[in-house]
Ligand binder design. Structure first.
Ligand SMILES: [Zn+2]
Length: 93
């Protein structure tokens, strides 16, 4: 995930600050446990590649950057669009 507007906080700090402000924290919908780990780390990010209407995958497909969280109990993945999370960093608590 690219650093947004020079925000010095880590991606984990940003997603951990953002989710409660939007009421988006909570247990895994698959297993009910509430322990998540952010996928990636410094210098790494997760994106979803997009395909065209015919299902073709271009050599350099457009993509959607995301914060990806994995449930530590069952492996369920949840994704939050980086654009929304990064834009919401200035929200009031
Ligand atoms: Zn789970």
């Amino acid at each position: 995930m690219a650093d947004s507007q020079g925000d010095p906080r880590s991606d984990a700090e940003k997603i951990n600050a953002f989710l409660p402000k939007r009421g988006a924290q909570g247990p895994c919908p698959a297993c009910g446990h509430n322990a998540w780990t952010l996928v990636g780390g410094p210098g790494w990010s997760v994106t979803l590649p997009m395909i065209d209407g015919a299902g073709a995958i271009p050599d350099a497909p457009p993509h959607i950057p995301v914060y990806a969280l994995v449930c530590n109990n069952c492996g369920n993945l949840r994704l939050h669009a980086s654009r929304v999370v990064d834009a919401g960093q200035g929200d009031s608590p």
